[in-house]
Write a protein that binds this ligand. Sequence first.
Ligand code: TRP
Length: 336
Amino acid sequence: MPRIFSGIQPSGELHIGNWLGAVQNWVTLQLSYECVFCIVDLHAITGKYDHETLAQRTREMAVGLLACGIDPDRSPLFVQSHVAEHAELQWLLNAVTPIGDLERMTQFKDKSQRFESVPAGLLNYPVLMAADILLYRADLVPVGDDQIQHLELTRDIARKWNAEFAAGEQYFPEPQPILTEAKRIMGLDGEAKMSKSLGNTVGLLDGPEEIWQKLRPAKTDPARVTRKDPGNPEICNIYHLHRYFSPPETVAKVADHCRGAKWGCLDCKRELADNMIAALAPIRERALDLHTEPGRVEEILAEGAATARKIASQTMLEVRGRMGFLPAATLCPDSR
Ligand code: TRP
């Protein structure tokens, strides 16, 4: 069975953009592939970051993923920094990664402009990502289109490493992307992609009242000033959200009522809110359950790390050997 690896940054609570864009897909992929899922906290320190909330954000992300249906009995879920092999392989892969390739990455070019002094971690970010994937010798990686370039670099790194240290044998498979329908979920401000840092999200664990309070002022077709103005659903973010949360009959009705000015935006939002609340209710319930079982999340993450480590340590044994390192001898306990 092909193996899948994917990672998500510990941004804290998941929002509907993460869910529709990535996590829902992960949940389905578990049924047909061997999956390994990782909360990539080492990636989260490659820019300015808040060390005081990192641990909490990591834990919240784990709760969110489990609540969405990542099944730890099927797919290990773990925290990247708990498996030291990620950082180790990252260092070894630096041996076959040209700086020029790293400097050429679009994400690096964008993000490095925000710094007066660019941290080396930002440049090496894609090498760590390559290490994540290659450590498990994954065949497939579900990613958003903003990560395609990093995945290409991962394949270059795998190819170079194979040529140099495995006599051209495909020790590391060249991982292919799994591109799902490009769901770029716009934020409720209708201006930018939904993102926690922009505060334009609906949280997956938001309750009914919170959801309504967020949808009520959300941006719709700007040309629809009063209820009597006909609207254009194609340019209305609320209509697009209906397509993810409402049954097809409702979506058709929404389009018709909007074009014909048969109802107001608030009516349209109320119906979306109800459907969204119903869709998110089971997720919220599972999250609340997890919160009431002390130590359960920690236990799941520890088991996930143990499973991941088993694969990772095997790979590292092989990699160190092929790269020519002197094997560390193990001391008998009584010779010390
Ligand atoms: N860079 C990815 C993102 O920002 C996260 C990530 C890190 C990742 N390591 C990975 C994704 C390995 C897939 C595979 O979305």
